[in-house]
Design a protein around this ligand. Structure first.
Ligand code: SAH
Length: 442
């Protein structure tokens, strides 16, 4: 979400005539877009913010914009006091305050100007920043902003505000404009993306949105994340199964494998509900890959309760598990009413144990790709190797001097590991066939 938000800011700045600077100290405007989902992210944000202070002292004309979840949607007086050298504060997904600040017409109401800028920037076309134009293969498109769920550990609803779906016209226009600039793959984003449209009477739901976007010519792949187990519908799974451009990959976090912990988290499903859902997804979408998120060390999580999470992961064998050690987030229900009583050491132990389990599961799943020929969309060259993804979102590297940028081609998997794979390009007609690939009739 922050990648998408930052892109929109960069785009808006370029529309005003700004260009990317190589180093922060050369810049006229610095935007620090922040995440606070865990304490470690928040610490990083404060660290960067402090490092900007000397730049402002050296260059009083510098504009510093603090953006994102550190600012939130509920006022930032405390930050203003603590960081007087910040010129502009912007809530998540909202470049409005920065643009209004830079283009300010003193004779008009600033708030009004911010609102105008905000609407102009969310509506329709998105001109990619210069660096990305014709370069970016896979782009993110936010479709649901904010979140109105109340998972007890989570700070996002407090900082990103209530759930709002973007109108379908805006989304389609944005997707079209991205495709016209060379983008081949779109990932639709929302904290609970499968709730898309719930707040728009007569608007499409996510399944219908997928159908609509599927018609965009030139677009090759569509993904969406993150789903909440309770909002996944058969209609949505059918859309994934039926629409060739929608990739067979679902991100649906479980968070914990014990019912009491799930209840304390206010996730509103049981481990068995989740198990059934995973089986249903696998039944309806052949070859699907599923990713999950897990938090270890939630307040009160006993060794036995944690073991239930371990056992569930071992049983369901997910393709990917994003693991997190619980950290208390200010203002959340868990912060106000529960004690962060699992020691750091124990959180680490559970984390490492799950990590090792996931490593062996992913290695086993990925090993089935060995020797297979699968379509891969190549995005960029990283340290001499082309990087792309399978339909199931597996990372694939290919060594080649050819220009594979933005190409969707079948490749043969030659090596697999838990986190990535290697592949070779198919032999093109006319290529000499290596001897070891020629079979000789007896
Ligand atoms: N809205 C999405 C993503 C939320 S943030 C969803 O519901 O899945 C991404 C992940 O961060 C969450 O899935 C959760 O696993 C983790 N997370 C959120 N709050 C956390 C906290 N306080 N401590 C540790 N991990 C947390």
């Amino acid at each position: 979400m922050n990648v998408a938000d930052s892109q929109r800011v960069a785009s808006a700045l370029e529309q005003l005539g700004y260009h990317a600077a190589e180093k922060a100290r050369q810049a006229d405007v610095i935007v620090l877009n922040t995440c606070v989902v865990r304490q470690s992210a928040e610490d990083k944000a404060y660290g960067y913010l402090s490092s900007l202070k000397p730049l402002k002292t050296n260059n009083p004309n510098l504009t510093i914009n603090l953006m994102g979840c550190l600012v939130g949607v509920k006022g930032y007086e405390h930050l203003q006091k603590q960081f007087p050298y910040v010129d502009v504060f912007s809530p998540p997904s909202d470049p409005g305050p920065l643009i209004a600040h830079l283009t300010q017409d003193e004779s008009r109401d600033l708030e009004q100007q911010e609102t105008e800028a905000r609407f102009a920037l969310m509506d329709g076309d998105l001109v990619l920043p210069d660096e990305e134009k014709g370069n970016l293969v896979a782009a993110f498109v936010p479709v649901v902003l904010g979140c109105s769920h109340a998972c007890t550990y989570c700070i996002i609803p407090y900082r990103r505000g209530i759930e709002r779906s973007r109108p379908v016209g805006q989304i389609v226009a944005e997707v079209r404009s991205l495709v016209a600039q060379g983008v081949k793959e779109i990932t639709l984003l929302g904290q609970i993306v499968d709730r898309y449209g719930k707040d728009i009477p007569d608007g499409p739901n996510l399944a219908q949105l997928l159908h609509i976007i599927h018609d965009v010519e030139g677009l090759e792949r569509i993904r969406f994340l993150t789903s909440h187990p309770n909002w996944m519908t058969d209609e949505l799974l059918d859309a994934v199964a039926e629409l060739p451009k929608v990739m067979p990959h679902i991100e649906v976090p479980v968070q914990a494998g014990h019912d009491q912990v799930l209840e304390n988290m206010k996730r509103a499903y049981t481990a068995d509900d989740y198990r059934k859902l995973v089986n249903q997804i696998r039944g309806r979408i052949p070859g699907v890959s599923i990713a999950t998120d897990i938090i270890v060390g939630f307040p009160g999580e006993t060794a036995e309760q944690y073991q239930a999470t371990y056992d569930l992961l071992a049983e369901l064998k997910m393709d990917v598990a994003h693991l997190a050690r619980y950290s208390t987030r200010p203002g959340t229900v868990a912060d106000r009413r529960m004690e962060d009583d699992v020691t750091d050491e124990e959180k680490w132990r559970r984390f490492r144990e799950l990590e090792a389990l996931q490593e062996s599961i992913a290695a086993e799943i990925n090993a089935a790709y060995l020797g297979e020929t699968v379509p891969v969309l190549f995005e960029e060259k990283v340290r001499g190797r082309w990087k792309g993804r399978t339909e199931t979102n597996k990372l694939v590297f290919v060594e080649s001097d050819q220009d594979l940028h933005g190409q969707l081609i079948p490749v043969q998997i030659t090596w697999t590991g838990p986190w990535s794979m290697q592949a070779r390009l198919p032999a093109t007609p006319g290529d000499a066939v290596p001897l070891d690939m020629v079979s000789i009739a007896p």
